[in-house]
Design a protein around this ligand. Structure first.
Ligand SMILES: [Zn+2]
Ligand SMILES: [Zn+2]
Length: 74
């Protein structure tokens, strides 16, 4: 099993692609995907994470709004 540490923050990944993804999308980055639901301050670094947040936290919202958001984010 390999070991690929991030030279910036020291996180260690066991797969090279995971570390590359981390470097490209996560390391040192501010969360860029903001939840656009009213009164929600949630921000995610990854689109997939935001999608999960929306599904988990906002499933009580109106269906139409939900589907519009998911269309936008998926
Ligand atoms: Zn890092
Ligand atoms: Zn939200």
């Amino acid at each position: 099993m390999g070991s690929f540490p991030c030279h910036r923050c020291g996180r260690v990944y066991s797969h090279y692609p995971s570390r590359q993804r981390h470097l490209k999308y996560e390391c040192g980055k501010q969360p860029t995907f903001a939840c656009a639901f009213e009164n929600c301050a949630y921000k995610a670094k990854r689109k997939q994470t935001l999608k999960i947040h929306i599904i988990n936290q906002h499933s009580g919202h109106k269906r139409k709004m939900m589907s519009e958001f998911l269309k936008k984010y998926i």
